[in-house]
Design a protein around this ligand. Structure first.
Ligand code: XUL
Length: 539
């Protein structure tokens, strides 16, 4: 970033309102982290009686969180920052991240209450009465299956809805939650002036004004035309009357919402010209935090579940896999996200059974077996799988002729679990238009060189590794810098320009062309077997 003496002082705050807590990261113009702080909902705000930040209801499907807790957390976080003498006065811009899909229902009068915030009184006291729903549905909620089917029927089927909104209907997606509340609690729906996402609600607290929803988090609602980047009238009309007004505008992710409200200037020492940039969802912010700005940049996070997200230039939505969101960093681009339920725990179970509970033995077995495993293919479905939607659990092994077999020898089993996981990610990534140019592997298993080698060979691209703790909060801070830079330039500055100073990630594996060919040849057989399992699972 080019900067004058004053600008070199400027700092950028990223907030992350996740399910379990609220975090803050402050970076300078060279992207160095200068301050971090966090509030943990269960521990620090025990009066809300959450577990993991949420309330699981007796029906086993409904999951909510109190929006007043998120409100109280903001004061607490900033009080802690102030007590630490964090340089809040130098923060030039703030952006943020919210758990995706959760909604905050604000009743008539909430806008006025936000505008009138008084620095002499805590937020929770001033805003206690603004919520039309005291329990906000969050992403863990699975109670809207009926609304999902209704929406898909109304829009011409799952694929048609995916074509329009980027995803088929999912229970946690906000539109289906809205449809349920509108039906079950019509008086609360009528009483609601604004339905915000967690992200836009947190931005509203800071701006003291209703903040718009950004296009990237807005893509997680089944309500937005993902290509037009505007609400779909057809989806809105199906979901509830007057919904366009209740949702407000949906805006590009680098949009300035306004200056921070004087509440934060007087109480915590923010500067009067500190800007609030549109907030976005946690996955979009992680994409920014992992600096995946160019089409083909992918991150694979190898955790309890394996998640792939990446930037693409075209939207190729699918009803059977993944999500297409509008990009949070490129107003013309998209991001795709694919979640595979059977990740680390599945690898660990195979390690325990076949490699004496030892990662070193697991790695040696990978080293000593050939790419492609002699044509053996395995599906290790310990938990119902999300991508592809395979509800039947079990271990399904096939020999080189596609015949079902009961077992593999231990080393072949180790190779089969790892290859199967990455072939699946490649297959389903390609199905939603992903053309990998480079991969960043993160999460526990990215420390295993042999696993990373399989990733490089399956996808045929260089794999870098690097931990980026708090990637959503960091991504929000990067986006604050980006939005601020665009606002000052009076034009869209490419996100990559503001990241120019970021230290590179470490290159961990280059693809072996011969091994990559083996996987490309194997992929059709893998896809066939997967189709077979899917149709058996439905039968
Ligand atoms: C994404 C999803 C979660 C939430 C909470 O679709 O439901 O990742 O964003 O982190």
């Amino acid at each position: 970033m080019k900067s004058g003496p004053q600008e070199s002082e400027a700092l950028f705050l990223g907030l992350d309102a996740s399910t379990q807590g609220l975090k803050a990261v402050i970076v300078d113009g060279e992207l160095r982290i200068v301050y971090k702080q966090a509030v943990h909902f269960d521990r620090d705000l025990p009066e809300f009686k959450t577990e993991g930040g949420a309330h699981r209801h007796a029906d086993g499907k409904t999951v909510t969180s109190p929006p007043l807790m998120w409100t109280a957390a903001l004061d607490l976080l900033l009080e802690r920052a102030q007590a630490d003498k964090a340089p809040l006065g130098r923060v030039a811009a703030v952006s943020g991240s919210g758990q995706q899909h959760g909604s905050v229902w604000l009743r008539a009068g909430a806008r006025e209450a936000l505008r009138r915030l008084d620095p002499a009184r805590p937020l929770r006291e001033q805003l206690a009465a603004v919520f039309a729903l005291e329990a906000s549905p969050i992403w863990m909620d699975a109670s809207t299956t009926e609304q999902c089917r209704d929406l898909e029927d109304a829009m011409g089927g799952a694929q048609a809805l995916a074509e329009l909104t980027g995803s088929r209907a999912y229970e946690r997606f906000t539109g289906n939650q809205i449809a349920k509340i509108r039906r079950n609690e019509p008086e609360k729906y009528a009483d609601t002036e604004r339905i915000a996402l967690v992200s836009s609600f947190m931005a509203s607290l800071l701006a003291g004004e209703y903040a718009p929803i950004d296009v990237s988090d807005g893509s997680g609602m089944n309500l937005m035309d993902v290509r037009a980047r505007d609400w779909s009238d057809a989806a809105l009309d199906h979901t509830g009357p007057g919904l366009r007004e209740k949702l407000g505008a949906v805006v590009p992710s680098h949009t300035v919402v306004g200056p921070v409200h004087r509440y934060y200037c007087e109480k915590f020492g923010f500067g009067r010209d500190c800007l609030v940039l549109a907030f976005s969802g946690d996955n979009p912010n992680s994409l920014a935090g992992l600096r995946l700005q160019k089409p083909g940049d992918i991150a694979i996070s190898l955790g309890t579940s394996d998640t792939l997200f990446g930037s693409v230039s075209e939207a190729v939505p699918s009803a059977s896999e993944g999500h297409v969101f509008a990009s949070p960093v490129d107003p013309a681009g998209y991001m795709v996200m694919i979640v595979r339920q059977n990740g680390s725990l599945t690898r660990e179970r195979v390690r325990d059974r076949c490699a004496g509970e030892d990662w070193a033995v697991f790695s040696r077995m990978l080293r000593e077996t050939p790419a492609g495993n002699g044509g053996r293919i395995g599906f290790y479905v310990d938990e119902p799988e999300i991508t592809p939607p395979l509800h039947r659990t079990g271990l399904f092994r096939f020999d080189e002729n596609g015949r079902s077999v009961d077992s593999f020898r231990p080393a072949a089993e180790v190779r089969a679990v790892v290859e199967g996981q990455f072939l699946a990610l490649r297959l389903h990534g390609e199905n939603v238009g992903l053309k990998p140019a480079g991969i960043l592997a993160t999460g526990g298993a990215s420390r295993n060189e042999e696993i990373v080698r399989v990733v490089a060979d399956v996808f045929g691209v260089t794999v870098c590794v690097g931990e980026q703790p708090d990637s959503a909060a960091l991504g929000a801070a990067y986006r604050a810098l980006h939005g601020w830079t665009c606002a000052r330039a009076g034009r869209l500055v490419p996100f990559s320009d503001v990241l120019a100073d970021a230290p590179p990630f470490r290159r961990a594996a280059e693809p072996d062309p011969a091994a990559h060919r083996v996987y490309s040849d194997l992929l059709p057989a893998y896809a066939d077997l997967e189709r077979r399992l899917l149709s058996d699972s439905l039968a």
